[in-house]
Design a protein around this ligand. Sequence first.
Ligand code: BQF
Length: 291
Amino acid sequence: MVLIDGKKIAQEIKEEVAKEVAQRKARGLKTPHLSAILVGNDGASETYVGAKVKSCHEVGFESSLLRFDSNISEEELLNEIEKLNNDPSVDGFIVQLPLPKHINEQKVIEAVNPAKDVDGFHPVNAGKMLLNLPSFLPATPYGIIQLLERYNIETSGKHCVVIGRSNIVGMPMSVLLARNSYPGNCTVTITHSRTKNLKELTLQADMIVAALGKAEFLTADMVKQGAVVIDVGITRLPSDKTKSGFKLFGDVKFDEVAPKCSYITPVPGGVGPMTIMSLIKNTLQACRNKD
Ligand code: BQF
């Protein structure tokens, strides 16, 4: 069993990006600038945005964090997005999700200029991805693709079962794994809450991407010997055993599943750190696109 070390790969990518940013600066090219909009003060969102801003500094990007009260109106938020769309110093920006209930997330996603949509959530980027055209890939699927690539994991002709069909993970991951490229060329089965024979399917899978958001859902009896298991889950549960006051759980019952796997990602330190590097890579690309 090989443990896929997302933290280590993310660090390697960080160093590669930092090198390129330093070269850009030396050549008088623009320094990439990522902006983030954070609405309200949800603990998990604060942590994620904080990690993104920190990574920007580590690779030499400019970054800006725009914070708004949770009672900001949809109209005001759309107005702030328009300002970032029109700000030439900002190469890419994200609106940290989830948003308060009174704001229509889809409307917000569609307000972002696709050329600055480094989260890859805009329908234009989703459509380009589907058509195998250059686009910003959503952070989590892009991170997983990079892990498969860096570990040279064979995907061609493999049967991959994706559990979960969310817009940001399950659906785009299924598309990317089915593409005619490496990593890709998988036979993909998308499964979800209405799937009747999940265990029957996962037992046939050479690769399983668990992205349903249920702590420790995937158990050893559901996994074929030698499978690759990618755990996208991150359920934060309160804990008095950690100094942060919470513990992260994946969608995979790691201790019993890991011995059956050829490769497996841990939680934390697997897919999570890679999502941040995807965002950083997309922002660098957004900046390059303007050279
Ligand atoms: C790790 C996210 C659900 C909803 C909105 C490192 C992250 C997580 C875990 C991280 C996530 C999840 C992010 C680890 C960003 C991933 O060490 O295992 C990093 O920062 N993530 C987000 O921005 O919004 C979310 C999950």
